[in-house]
Design a protein around this ligand. Structure first.
Ligand code: HQG
Length: 185
């Protein structure tokens, strides 16, 4: 199957929906670590008229711009690396963060964030980036982007834990406001 970029994005969105948010909607079994059998995903999708084969799935996993998905070592199971709203325990070990991490958001959320800090909202964790460019792109999805710096070293020193996914996204439960720095106006 030779896929256009558009088809690739569409399939990636479908898989993201099914692996992160709504496997039950197509009767797909996802285990506690987020894994689904590749064959099940293909069959359950086909029943809903979304047809693709293993090669197409491999293309999505390999070419996804954010490397959102991964196969297990046997290649028979697939999961999203992060971003779930369904209840999963991904099993990433705690890791020592760099001094600074970044969070991109939209400026209209700023007043609320100043008060309550960063909250995971509908996801499991707050997502942070190690580089400014990524954070900027994340923020731009939601409006006029603004990038907040997170004093990760101070958070870690005060007992907050961090985990890093296989594609370099940093996860933490919440970021209280005192660890956030806004860009100079
Ligand atoms: C904001 C995408 C008000 C937060 C991206 C964000 C990323 C608050 C939004 C990944 C708040 C939640 C994660 C508070 C946080 N008050 N707003 N107290 N605390 N927010 O999408 O970090 O494409 O759940 O700033 O590229 O934007 O899914 O999180 O704007 O990597 O692979 O609430 O999702 O990756 O939005 O994005 P999200 P996010 P994927």
């Amino acid at each position: 199957m030779n896929m256009s970029d558009k088809q690739l994005v569409r399939l990636s969105k479908w898989i993201s929906l099914r692996l992160r948010h709504d496997p039950a909607g197509i009767g797909l079994a996802v285990d506690s670590a987020g894994w689904a059998a590749v064959d099940d995903l293909i069959a359950a999708s086909a029943r809903r008229g979304v047809r693709f084969d293993r090669a197409a799935l491999r293309t999505v996993v390999d070419h996804n711009n954010k490397r959102r998905f991964e196969f297990d070592e046997t290649g028979t199971r697939i999961r999203a690396r992060q971003g779930h709203s369904i209840d999963v325990e991904l099993g990433y070990a705690d890791a020592a963060p760099p001094e600074l991490l970044y969070h991109g958001t939209a400026d209209r959320f700023l007043a609320e964030i100043r008060l309550s800090g960063l909250l995971p909202m509908s996801r499991h964790d707050v997502h942070l980036s190690a580089d400014l460019a990524t954070a900027h792109a994340v923020g731009a999805r939601r409006g006029r982007p603004i990038v907040l710096s997170v004093d990760a070293a101070a958070m870690a020193a005060q007992g907050h834990t961090f985990r890093v996914t296989g594609n370099g996204v940093w996860l933490t439960a919440t970021v209280p406001p005192q660890y956030l720095r806004e860009p100079a106006a």
